[in-house]
Design a protein around this ligand. Structure first.
Ligand SMILES: NC(=O)c1ccc[n+]([C@@H]2O[C@H](COP(=O)([O-])OP(=O)(O)OC[C@H]3O[C@@H](n4cnc5c(N)ncnc54)[C@H](OP(=O)(O)O)[C@@H]3O)[C@@H](O)[C@H]2O)c1
Length: 266
């Protein structure tokens, strides 16, 4: 039987990979710096949870022991975490090689190499480290998550505004369908090359303004929808539609459907 280790197995996508893998009868281990307590929302019975930190390497080899495939769902948003994000990937890849892991699957962001901001650069740099690894790797780049747009709108609502970026459209995907794409790659056979990149998107492309209105209706939030210009490479990325992949609609769950399903937590 295959054994999968999920790095960042308590995150919004990682925990879904854990859940879906267990549902398919796969043996699962997962690690994060703070493993979940049994009985809490992030804990899935049947998975073996480990405390490990890719920033230092502590506990990583132990968590990976016996795994055939590793799925990297790690995140790093603080300045320090962004700076060390790719090095954390190196530590994970090194431990994977030492532990005889066959394949490592990385969750990344569509065209992250086109944005010259620290956060996106850290993703692109990690992708490059993966492409240089001795172990087989698949990078799964996804479009933005439905939850990201909900976070942006919700942040504005604190000052009774719903911000939208001028000219931006999104093809958002649900975190659970991003997890399904990762699991599909984790379980798939090698397709030839040692390193492969696959990009997947959500089911439909919507102007950000329409998404703001859909979000307001779903959450009963009031507030003026205001259009903000987004300068720099992030603005270009969105205006040029580099965040879209209409020919790869992997996800089926639409933004309104995802909002309806998560109404209690929005
Ligand atoms: N948001 C989007 O629209 C979007 C779109 C495409 C791709 N992505 C990418 O998807 C990835 C996952 O995102 P997410 O939202 O699921 O992340 P998340 O919810 O923040 O989860 C991150 C996970 O990584 C763990 N972690 C963080 N630092 C760690 C460290 N040093 N050592 C070990 N574990 C660590 C966290 O647990 P602890 O904190 O307990 O360690 C947690 O389990 C990110 O790389 C993100 O860029 C995001």
């Amino acid at each position: 039987m295959i054994r999968i280790c999920i790095a960042g197995g308590t995150g919004q996508v990682g925990a879904e990979v854990v859940r879906q893998a267990l549902e398919r009868g796969i043996e699962v281990s997962a690690f994060s710096r703070r493993p979940p307590m049994p009985g809490t929302a992030k804990h899935h019975d049947g998975a073996a949870y480990w405390a490990a930190d890719v920033a230092t390497g502590s506990g990583v080899a132990e968590a990976l022991a016996g795994a055939d495939v590793v799925v990297d769902c790690l995140e790093g948003r603080s300045r320090k975490a962004i700076k060390g994000f790719a090095d954390g990937g190196d530590r994970l890849l090194h431990a994977a090689k030492m532990e005889g892991v066959r394949k490592v699957v990385l969750l990344s962001i569509i065209n992250c190499d086109q944005v010259r901001l620290g956060y996106q650069r850290s993703k692109a740099e990690k992708e490059r480290r993966y492409a240089g690894s001795d172990v087989e790797t698949v990078v799964v780049r996804t479009t933005q998550f439905h939850s990201l747009l909900a976070e942006v709108f919700s942040a504005g609502s604190r000052v009774r505004l719903t911000p939208v970026f001028k000219g931006a459209r999104f093809q958002t995907i649900s975190p659970s369908e991003a997890a399904a794409a990762l699991l599909e790659e984790a379980l798939g056979s090698r397709l030839g090359e040692l390193h492969r990149v696959r990009t997947v998107g959500g089911p439909e492309i919507l102007p950000m303004r329409s998404m703001a209105q859909i979000w307001q209706t779903a959450t009963h939030a009031r507030g003026k929808v205001i259009e903000l210009p987004l300068p720099g490479s992030m603005g270009e990325y969105l205006r040029e539609g580099q965040n879209l992949i209409p020919e790869q609609t992997f996800g089926r769950e639409t933004f309104p459907a995802w909002l309806a399903k998560n109404a209690d937590s929005l």
